[in-house]
Design a protein around this ligand. Structure first.
Ligand code: ZN
Ligand code: ZN
Length: 514
């Protein structure tokens, strides 16, 4: 075109820049940028947005911001392009600075920033911004609703999630299949399976993603049989499953200890629907077999996998070795897993625990030294409980809550009460369980115990206490929660990293299988 007596017009560059963005050719992009200047498109908003978007997608933040700051009139699209682009690069703080500089903000811009926080798992910031948005009288559209539902899902904030769901119904916000799935997912992950099922049942057209979501929801609540039933219903409704369905059905079997069913559905779904199983499917199958103590079968799966098992697949078998006290195989696989996944503190600690279980304290110490040398950090644990529309966050031994004094007093009272019921703290676990929470914090003040204490302090007798936690529940907290549920006659629902625990009358729905 350049060699012809033709001039590029306002459509030429946006198309071209879009194409370059997709191709990833940064050098060519700069060349075209020069032509933009040369042909006098400097003031064209569309062209400039294209350039900003291109530079951001290449990670060239400086160039992107230079173009953006040089623009005369900046539309909502320009601002949103920058905010979303920065967020995609993980520069959430920078995105917020741009957002704060923005004059006229519509729901699109608010959503760009809220979505940025949700993506970065900064849920509390998302909530704060959402509150600010409502204070400014901005209408909640379906995109903001979806982002905030995801924030609620992330935190396990049921009341807030329900508020948004009601708002959607009240203002007749269009519920497309995507939003419907987001609502179902929120209820599942906030511990309200019945509400999720109600929304699911009310859907006119159930798409693949909503079936998957509902099966996955039943799976994490340990309701394996119902998940399988729902899968059969899905087949009867002529919705062909995909690889996510397969994973969710397998997860359902894993969380409910359904060994035969797990093996059966793996083969059945793969063969019937011609789905190529991926790493995570094999991992799930190994988990099912390993937990049941079927080590030979699990090893057979490893051998017939078409790819080399990764740290997660081997990690599943490693975890099973710990459960069944298989020391030699555990040690062998544990070392291999650590080699593959050297930054994950959980792997080291599981191996240390394995050694500790047979009194090999020297080896335990060696792992500690290794972790220190490699600078492997433990992920800090937190638990969250909602009360009266506010999110209360706890970290182990933390004192930042305004009512910390009362909460600690309640926790002490709670521990005294359960001791009378026969609770003995898992002292041996103090060393073992440092995997999930900081070692220096006493076992008593693990974040979920503080959250339960807060729940007992604030809620009325008979009310369910709902907590969500970013890590796996430790053995001692699990044991304590069971006895608390009996001593205080309360249902306690804890969502941990992997699944839900419904504590009631001294037992847990996971049947101590987690
Ligand atoms: Zn704990
Ligand atoms: Zn449990």
């Amino acid at each position: 075109m350049l060699s012809q007596p033709l001039q590029p017009n306002g459509f030429t560059f946006p198309c071209l820049l879009n194409r370059i963005t997709n191709s990833g050719d940064a050098e060519f992009g700069q060349m075209v940028h020069a032509h933009v200047v040369k042909f006098g498109f400097w003031g064209d908003g569309y062209v400039m947005n294209g350039l900003v978007h291109m530079y951001l997608s290449f990670g060239e933040v400086g160039d992107a911001l230079r173009v953006f700051d040089g623009m005369g009139e900046r539309s909502v699209v320009s601002w949103t392009t920058v905010i979303s682009g920065l967020a995609r690069l993980g520069l959430v703080g920078e995105a917020r600075q741009v957002f704060d500089r923005m004059g006229d903000r519509c729901s699109v811009s608010w959503n760009a920033m809220i979505a940025a926080y949700v993506k970065a798992e900064r849920y509390k910031d998302a909530f704060d911004l959402f509150d600010q948005m409502r204070e400014e009288g901005i209408k909640i559209d379906k995109f903001v609703a979806a982002s905030m539902l995801s924030a609620c899902t992330g935190l396990g904030a049921h009341d807030q999630g329900q508020w948004i769901h009601k708002h959607i119904e009240k203002y007749r916000i269009e519920v497309d299949p995507k939003l419907a799935t987001t609502i179902i997912d929120m209820y599942c992950k906030c511990g309200c399976l019945e509400k999720a099922q109600n929304v699911f049942k009310s859907l006119q057209n159930k798409g693949l993603s909503s079936w998957n979501c509902m099966i996955g929801g039943l799976a994490i609540h340990g309701r394996g049989e119902e998940a399988i039933e729902l899968f059969k219903e899905m087949e009867r409704s002529m919705v062909p499953p995909d690889d996510i369905t397969l994973l969710n059905v397998l997860t359902a079997c894993a969380h409910s200890g359904l060994v035969d069913e797990g093996q059966y559905y793996f083969d059945y779904i793969v063969r019937t629907y011609n789905i190529a199983p991926k790493m995570e499917h094999f991992g799930c199958l190994v988990d099912i077999l390993g937990r049941a103590g079927l080590f030979e079968e699990a090893k057979k799966v490893l051998n017939k996998m078409p790819m080399d098992p990764d740290a997660r697949v081997l990690g599943a078998l490693f975890g099973a070795c710990k459960i069944h006290g298989i020391i030699d195989l555990g040690e062998q696989i544990g070392n291999r897993v650590i080699e593959l996944d050297s930054t994950n503190s959980g792997r080291y600690i599981l191996l240390a625990n394995l050694y500790a279980s047979v009194g090999r304290w020297d080896d335990v110490a060696k792992i500690r030294v290794l972790m220190n040398e490699l600078g492997v950090k433990k992920e800090p644990g937190w638990s969250v409980i909602e009360f009266d529309g506010a999110i209360n966050e706890f970290i182990a031994g933390g004192m930042s809550h305004p009512e910390a004094k009362e909460i600690y007093a309640k926790v002490d009272e709670m521990l005294d009460a359960i001791r009378l019921e026969g609770y003995v703290p898992d002292i041996g676990g103090v060393l073992h369980d440092i995997k999930e929470e900081e070692k220096e914090n006493p076992l008593h003040y693990h974040s979920e115990k503080l959250a339960i204490g807060f729940g007992l302090l604030k809620t009325k007798p008979g009310e369910t206490i709902r907590i969500s936690k970013n890590l796996r529940v430790c053995k001692d907290c699990h044991y304590a929660s069971k006895i608390i549920s009996r001593a205080y006659d309360r249902e306690i629902v804890v969502r941990d990293r992997n699944r839900f625990h419904h504590f009631r009358g001294g037992v847990c729905s996971c049947k101590d299988y987690w």
